[in-house]
Design a protein around this ligand. Sequence first.
Ligand SMILES: [Zn+2]
Length: 252
Amino acid sequence: MFVDTHLHLHDPYFDSDKLDLVVDDITKNKIVTWVQSCDLPTYEVILERCAKSDYLFPSFGVLPWYAHTYVDQFDEITKLAKEAIMLGEIGLDEKYAKDEACIPHQLPLFEIYLREAEKNNKIMNCHFRGKERESFEIVKSYKAKKIIFHGYSGDITLMKDINDAGYYYSIGPRYGEEKLKLIPDDLLILEIDVLPRDEFRVPSVVFAEIVERVAKIKGTTPEEIEALNQKNALRLINNDPNLSKMIELLNQ
Ligand SMILES: [Zn+2]
């Protein structure tokens, strides 16, 4: 079974005219999909879109780039994080911040999510770019355990500490071979992230391409990578009362 642990179904990373096609493909091919949001409006959008299929599961996040615009709404974000079944896309990122004003507010925003994850053992789909070591240390100072490094961009030496902590790595279509080879089998999960725009392909096709490429790099079969991803995703969602429907689908 395909499990896509990170997909955007909202602007500007997704063309809305493809929505029906994509939802049909996901449903028909039974791809359990963790749909990310980037701020409050996109969370609204994906909640609506996730209602279109039993295979779509919404994740609530506000990207660090927008932290300064939400300072007055941290209480609202705390409330939404509590209601959400998964958390993401969230994190820390000074490297690609378009507006420096966000920088001092990134950590307080991220800590809202860390507290919620710690309290209710929720999955955190994390975007860290630059300062990966510092980001790792911050995460580790909390008891949240279901941490995903989305498209891990840090150096190789930090990977040992991430592995020891038991955090996960989600890997997309173009992830670098060198690091991919170093990711332990039991911490690897797969993601589409953004569907291709120029040469559009539906999720079932893109995901099969990822599985095939990862299998080749890891020196195994696509079937084994598919099973590994499913097993790791299941371990992440296990015992989560918010995700009972997903657990049922993955155990079928
Ligand atoms: Zn993303």
